[in-house]
Design a protein around this ligand. Structure first.
Ligand code: ATP
Length: 309
């Protein structure tokens, strides 16, 4: 009898940096109204799934120990959601190779959820439409739809209503990964607290940034980077101030806290400049580790078997 050995499906999904993150007031549903410009970065996670006797998650990589391996894992939840909606068994072994820092403000969990959605679609030959995938993604989390689409996009609502942004050229980034993580809800709570005690400056709209992105000139983009969550992240982790200063001293055009932090993202003028800034930052002892990345990159994509490492 011929035994067919099921082949794993692997999907790579990008991380993100928010070039502009304007946080509005707290809504009745407990979320904040956002206007954000996302850029997908080359630092990514690989998620593989293969049929198995039961659902399981294995996580590999530096930060693996802090990622849940039960049904709290967003990739597991994505598989369960698609299985329930399409009548498939969720019994798959999920393997996540983490390149994205955990709880780093770079939407690593969301990337894994997006990757798992596409992997389920491919494994079960579902041929889900973009709209169906987007609808699953939005139910899994605010940043999951962007991990599917990638590129550069403006997000409104909780960040899940997306429109593509014209962005010329490839931008060169250095990411300073911090020692611990920051909980996204805690950072939003800190911002509410800061706002209740005073009036921290708020970002305006992102029109100027859109024009700068269309020009493709990083020196025009750099002064327009902004993040309303930065003050809150720095308030919870004051060392970030030193990290941000060190990147600019090392030659970056600008530095911002990525999303809810604590990763700091530095925009550099060229690929060579990014390597130099990365080396200086690594030597300055202001972060756990440094990565160089480019953006924009595509959203979650099935990795062809021939190009798997
Ligand atoms: P956000 O998307 O809210 O900005 P983040 O990028 O700061 O989050 P994540 O790496 O997504 O942080 O992790 C946030 C928390 O989500 C982790 O502390 C972890 O407990 C949980 N989590 C669930 N699934 C995953 C996953 N597949 N990878 C990483 N974290 C996960």
């Amino acid at each position: 009898m011929l035994t067919v050995v099921p082949r794993p499906v692997t999907v790579r999904a990008p991380s993100k940096v928010n070039l502009h993150l304007a946080v509005g007031d707290l809504r009745e549903d407990g979320f904040h109204e956002l206007e954000t410009v996302f850029q997908a970065l080359s630092l990514g996670d690989d998620v593989s799934i293969v049929p198995a006797p039961a659902t399981s998650v294995t996580v590999r990589g530096e930060d693996a120990a802090s990622v849940p391996t039960n049904s709290d894992n967003l990739a597991w939840r994505a598989i369960e959601m698609v299985a329930a909606a399409t009548g498939h068994s969720p019994d798959v072994a999920i393997t996540i190779d983490k390149g994205i820092p955990v709880a780093g403000g770079m939407a690593g969990g969301s990337a894994d959820a997006a990757a798992a959605l596409l992997a389920a679609d491919a494994l079960w030959n579902l041929e889900l439409t973009r709209a169906e995938l987007h609808s699953f993604a939005a139910r899994l989390g605010s940043d999951v739809p962007f991990a599917l689409t990638g590129g550069t996009a403006v997000g409104t609502g909780r960040g899940e209503k997306l429109l593509p942004v014209l962005s010329r050229n490839t931008f060169h980034w250095v990411l300073a990964l911090a020692k611990g993580g920051l909980s996204t809800p805690a950072v939003y709570r800190e911002l509410d607290e800061l706002r209740s005690k005073g009036s921290p400056p708020r970002l305006g709209d992102s029109k100027e940034l859109m024009l700068a992105l269309a020009s493709g000139d990083p020196t025009r983009v750099a002064p327009l980077l902004g993040n309303d969550l930065q003050a809150a992240a720095v308030s919870l982790q004051p060392d970030l101030r030193r990290t941000l200063r060190a990147g600019v001293t090392a030659g970056a055009l600008a530095g911002i806290v990525s999303g809810s932090g604590p990763t700091c993202a530095f925009l550099c003028s060229t690929a060579d400049a990014a390597v130099e800034v990365g080396a200086e930052l690594a030597g300055a002892g202001v972060c756990r580790t440094v990565r160089v990345a480019t953006g924009p990159v595509a959203g979650a994509r099935v990795v062809p078997r021939s190009s798997r490492g």
